[in-house]
Design a protein around this ligand. Structure first.
Ligand code: AMP
Length: 113
């Protein structure tokens, strides 16, 4: 079996994290190196390496990640403006190869670029 990455270890409680949401399918944590006042990571517990790897059967899970993001945006009071993104592959800046969505907010985020 392949070595677990950081997020798989967090999901399995082998590493600590500041958990802000959890259910049977999804975990959300504070990013350890926040790029904005609010920087959360929302991830399915299922091992999926990146958004390019999802299949049709995963679509409900992805949709649920978005609903969780909406609720967390309200909880962290950034519902009026936030960025929800996922990096796919090293050239896009992905560094942990377990699908996760960044929720960033709490300051003007400017244009992408
Ligand atoms: P990405 O580069 O899109 O794969 O995002 C990975 C994110 O995980 C980065 O923003 C890191 O700061 C964050 N990160 C790495 N290790 C941890 C950790 N142990 N706990 C919380 N966030 C982490």
């Amino acid at each position: 079996m392949a070595e677990k990455n950081i997020f798989e270890k967090i999901i399995d409680r082998e590493l600590p994290a500041d958990i802000v949401f959890e259910n049977e399918r999804i975990l959300a944590i504070q990013d350890i190196a926040p790029k904005a006042p609010v920087h959360l990571l929302i991830m399915p517990k299922k091992v999926i390496h990146d958004i390019q790897s999802i299949s049709e059967e995963d679509l409900p899970l992805i949709g649920e990640c978005v609903i969780v993001a909406q609720k967390l945006a309200e909880q962290f009071n950034v519902q009026g403006g936030y960025r929800l993104l996922t990096n796919c592959g090293p050239s896009a800046g992905q560094s942990v190869f377990h699908l996760h969505f960044h929720l960033l907010g709490g300051r003007p985020l400017g244009m992408m670029g």
